[in-house]
Ligand binder design. Structure first.
Ligand code: NBG
Length: 838
């Protein structure tokens, strides 16, 4: 028996579905190829091999997964239910191998079959069920909860089409539908027996029940079935495997049946497609969603399914729902699931017969709300007309919540009627809307922002009234990222180097990276670090060559990387202004001594966000000119990596020398890419925005390149009447750059192409690029100077990694557990299963 796995737990029964020695793995792999895929090796495709390996690995998760569920059910433990409309869990194979600690055996097993493990890992198509940081955060949190043995269920939506795939054609973004389920998904298990029904539309009626109590019932005019698909989420070297439960919408049988009776076969089929539309497609963010009925249907659908599921689980062991909030903590990941407040009230009152007061107590105790944005255009609101026609009962409940809440407000601020309209759950300033953030705040016992600065700004600004009213509800929970995916899996070279010095305990106790600090003064270690970085940069350079056909120099060129969603507030175009500035310096003096740089961009723009798409085109157009100008002599290269997603990001973070975190101060709630870069030893150039502030505090200001206006300076300048034109006319280098863009230097075939972008900068400049331009350029010059001193740069790089430990998602989850959820770790044993089996 060789499977001494983790925490001293021994698997005591070994068979082809659990054994982890090379021979057993090989046997299991062939067995899956034959019996699950129905293929001989001779005719198997690479995807068949990938699927067979995925099943082989999944088999090894299942015992832990089932035992985890058993344990939670039997012990009446409190469970975290993470409500999120988005999850970006990334590819699962590599991660599960690491968490099971079987990478080497599996590598050898597939090699003995004549295959290469990395090739098979690359074959996996990731579920792109999210837009960006918010969805990825949910995935990091699922990983940390499992690793920390926290009982948890992630609830969400199984979109048939996730975020679109991006191609770049002639410099423009082109969207391709993401058919991620095309070849099947080996990681999910449908649980049709746990299907629930969700109503939509219709009307309500009141009545008196047998005890003569006033009651309301909802008579929806449509129902949809929610079918759960479960993905086990295994922790790192532990027995805990939690569930990610994603709901798929299906038409109920009864529709067909009714329609058949009147002979309307096609009508029936239409109904079916209509219902299934609910989980068809993920909505891109950064697009106006107002009026998109389907989006509201999605939100309500997954929230209702999930709450019904929790109630069923609860009643399996408890007599009633009185202690529901003691056994579940439901976290609202932004306002997308905040309709849950009204839905839980409805379920408690209309279905389970609770009175308002008790239902409200349970609801508030259950929910907590995380805010992820300060951008006013991203704060969700639904028009009353739409809301009422889809969810008539919920609108009534919201009115009643509002009536009681405004009553409190009146008592609290007896002489201030303006408070009423400020606090109201209904926006009545023009067309009437339900304000989802207000619903979330009132219905939750805890409210948090995702970085210190963000939480501060929430309290001062967006949620100021609520903060004054209930300050005790507010806390900060700075985001974190999982070191398992973002170091161990993405950067094996760094993992090995760190572990060679301080052992591997840092993987679950990231603060131990501190022990690297003394090695920053060791020239041998710095050398090793530099070589490691070179190796990783070379790895990315090869990919870039293959993917984009652009040759870049990993040895002498500074890799300056800007990857994230494309948005004006994130200011990818400020980066472009810098590139053109350097280009102009070279053009004026081709022999200038300049630090070579490779500018690497990646990110998707929302399909209808015109300006963001124009920024992508600008990056590529500038690249065209700069990359091919003989005067440049390869000293500047501009690369746009297409289809930025979890998979494609993994080789990117490790290869950065410089991380671009240059949003307008006060706009980025936290950022999490900033953490991944710095953890992997990149230095940051950034504004005092989001978590940059805390990253700088941690790594030390001498190891961070700071520039730009501060959040309060931005608002001050705006309130005094910011005039971008003044910056343009008084700064020669800036003026030249802007004039070049507008004159068509980078778009010879269409000189006016970038006019909308230039006009927006000169006449509005909402995101203050021109105000920050000079400060950014000066800072970039300091970066270049610093990079000339390789040895000191390496020192700073080591110190970045060494001091970033607190940005582990494990730390963040511990804080949520203590301050918000009041949830404890529950270790899962494997022996129970062995006994049960006899
Ligand atoms: C995003 C913020 C990021 C933050 C992530 C995760 C939304 C609505 N918000 O700054 O823009 O890092 O959430 O908290 O996607």
């Amino acid at each position: 028996m060789n499977d001494n796995l983790t925490n001293g737990n021994q698997i005591q029964i070994e068979d082809d579905r659990t054994g982890i020695d090379v021979q057993t793995l090989k046997r299991a792999f062939s067995d899956n190829l034959f019996y699950a895929l129905g293929k001989f090796p001779e005719i198997a495709t690479k995807n068949d091999f990938y699927m067979a390996l995925a099943y082989t690995v999944r088999d090894r998760l299942l015992r832990r997964w089932l035992n985890s569920q058993e344990t939670y059910l039997k012990q009446d433990v409190k469970i975290v239910c993470y409500f999120s409309a988005e999850y970006l869990i990334g590819p699962q194979l590599g991660k599960n191998l690491i968490n099971l600690a079987i990478v080497e055996q599996v590598r050898q097993a597939v090699e003995e079959c004549g295959l290469n493990l990395d090739d098979l890992i690359e074959q996996e198509e990731e579920p792109g069920l999210g837009n960006g940081g918010l969805g990825r955060l949910a995935a990091c949190y699922m990983d940390s909860m499992a690793t920390l043995n926290i009982p948890a269920i992630g609830y969400g939506i199984r979109y048939e089409f996730g975020i679109f795939d991006q191609e770049i054609c002639e410099g423009w973004q082109v969207e391709i539908t993401d058919k991620w389920l095309r070849y099947g998904n080996p990681w999910e298990i449908p649980r049709t027996e746990a299907t629930v029904e969700v109503g939509l539309g219709g009307y309500t009626e009141s009545f008196y029940d047998e005890n003569n109590r006033y009651r309301v019932r909802w008579l929806p005019d449509r129902t949809v079935k929610g079918v759960p698909y479960d993905t086990p989420i295994l922790g790192y070297k532990t027995n805990t495997a939690n569930t990610l439960r994603l709901w798929k919408a299906e038409a109920p049988e009864s529709f067909n049946f009714q329609a058949f009776n009147v002979g309307d076969y096609y009508g029936a089929v239409n109904e079916k497609t209509y219902s299934e539309n609910i989980t068809k497609v993920l909505y891109p963010n950064d697009e106006p969603i107002q009026g998109k009925q389907l989006r509201l249907e999605q939100q309500f659908f997954f929230v209702s399914c999930s709450l019904q599921d929790m109630i069923r689980l609860h009643l399996a062991t408890q007599e009633n729902l009185d202690n529901f909030g003691e056994l579940f903590a439901a976290q609202l990941n932004d306002t997308h699931p905040s309709i849950g407040v009204a839905e839980l009230m409805r379920l408690l009152m209309d279905v389970h017969d609770y009175e308002w007061e008790q239902a409200w107590e349970i609801t508030q105790k259950t929910f907590a709300y995380t805010n992820h944005t300060l951008l006013p255009e991203a704060l969700e609101k639904w028009s009353l007309g739409l809301f009422g026609s889809l969810l008539p009962r919920h609108l009534e409940i919201i009115y009643e919540i509002n009536r009681r809440f405004l009553h409190e407000i009146r008592t609290h601020y007896p002489n201030d009627v303006s408070k009423l309209s400020n606090f109201s759950l209904i926006d009545e300033t023009g067309e009437k809307y339900v304000r989802m953030a207000h619903l979330a705040c009132v219905g939750s016992h805890a409210i948090n922002g995702v970085a210190d600065l963000h939480t501060q700004l929430l309290k001062q600004d967006v949620l100021r009234g609520f903060y004054e009213l209930f300050p005790e509800k507010f806390t900060n929970k700075t985001n974190g990222v999982t070191p398992r995916r973002w170091i161990v899996l993405s950067n094996p070279e760094l993992t090995e180097l760190i572990t060679s010095k301080i052992g591997d305990n840092w993987i679950t106790h990231l603060e131990e990276l501190q022990q690297l600090e003394p090695f920053a003064d060791d020239p041998n270690f710095r050398n090793a670090w530099r070589q490691m970085k070179q190796q990783v940069k070379t790895r990315l350079a090869r990919r870039i060559e293959k993917r984009c056909g652009i040759t870049v120099d990993p040895n002498y060129s500074l890799f300056d990387i800007h990857v994230k969603r494309i948005h004006e507030y994130k200011r990818q175009h400020l980066n472009v202004l810098h590139i053109i500035t350097l280009y102009n310096r070279i053009k004026k003096n081709p022999n200038i001594d300049i630090v070579p740089r490779t500018f690497i961009f990646g990110g998707k723009a929302a399909p209808s966000y015109f300006m963001a798409k124009l920024i992508i085109k600008l990056i590529n157009s500038v690249g065209e000119v700069v990359n091919n100008d003989p005067d440049v002599r390869g000293r500047l290269k501009v690369v746009f990596i297409p289809d930025y997603n979890v998979t494609n990001s993994q080789p990117v973070y490790p290869a950065a020398d410089l991380s671009e975190q240059i949003s307008t101060a006060g706009k980025e709630a936290s950022g999490t890419g900033n953490m991944k870069f710095s953890l992997n030893g990149a230095l940051t150039i950034g504004t005092l925005d989001g978590a940059n502030v805390e990253i700088r505090q941690q790594v030390g200001e001498e190891n961070f390149f700071l520039f730009g206006l501060k959040a309060e300076e931005v608002s001050q300048m705006k309130s005094q009447g910011y005039n971008p034109w003044e910056f343009y006319s008084s700064n020669e280098a800036l003026r030249e750059v802007i004039d070049q863009i507008s004159s068509g230097l980078f778009s010879p075939e269409e000189s006016n192409l970038f006019k909308p972008l230039v006009d927006s900068l000169l006449y509005h400049d909402e995101y203050m690029l021109l105000a920050d331009y000079q400060s950014y350029i000066d800072c970039q010059d300091r970066v270049s100077e610093a990079f000339r001193d390789w040895d000191n740069w390496t020192r700073m790089s080591i110190l970045n990694t060494a001091r970033m430990g607190i940005f582990s998602s494990d730390r963040a989850i511990r804080e949520y557990c203590q301050d918000i959820w009041n949830v404890q770790a529950v270790p899962v044993k494997l022996e129970d299963y062995v006994q049960a089996k006899g």
